[in-house]
Write a protein that binds this ligand. Sequence first.
Ligand code: HEC
Length: 149
Amino acid sequence: MSADAADGPQQWAMSSTLPARPRPVVPWRGAGVLALLLATVGCDGGRPLAAQTAGSEQQIERGRVLLAQYQCGSCHAIPGVADARGRQAGTLEAFSARSYIAGRLPNELPVLAAWIADPRALVPTTSMPAMGASPGDALAMAAYLDALE
Ligand code: HEC
C-alpha cells in the first residue's frame, strides 16, 4: 500500500477537525491578506502556493464538500455542489473561464482563495460577506471553482 493512500483520508479528517486559526489583526489591505494566506497555507505537495496554478484532485474534492458546508450555495449557483442554487449572487458556473473576480481582481488561484477568505479585505465595498473560512479551506474552495470549466 502506498503512503499516499494511507495518508490521504486521514489528512482530510484531521484538517476538517482543526479549529479555525485565530485571525491576526491586520489593517485591511488586500496585499496583507494575500501575504498572510501565502504564509499560513505555505505549500501543497511541495509546490509553493504562489507557484500553484491549479489545485490537486484531493484539494478540489475537499473544496466541493466545503462549498456545501459553508453554504456558499445559499447565494450562488455552483455546478456539482449540493443544494447550491442561490440566486442572490451570480452563478459561479465555468468560473475558470472568467478573467476577473468581482469584476476587478485577476482570477488567479491565490487571489481567489484570498477573496473567499475575506472579500472585504480586497474590495471593501463588496456585498459578499466574509464566511469565516480558514486560509486552507478557502484555498480548497478556490481550487474547486478554478476547476469549473
Ligand atoms: C450572502 C450571500 C453570499 C454568500 C453566502 C456567498 N457569497 Fe460569494 N458573492 C456574493 C455577492 C453579492 C458577490 C458579488 C460581489 C461583488 O461583485 O462585489 C459574490 C461574489 C463571489 C465571487 C466572485 C463572483 C464573480 O462573478 O466574479 C466568488 C468567487 C464568490 N462570491 C465565492 C463565494 C464562496 C466560495 C462562498 C462561500 C464560502 C460565497 N461566495 C458565499 C454573495 C455571497
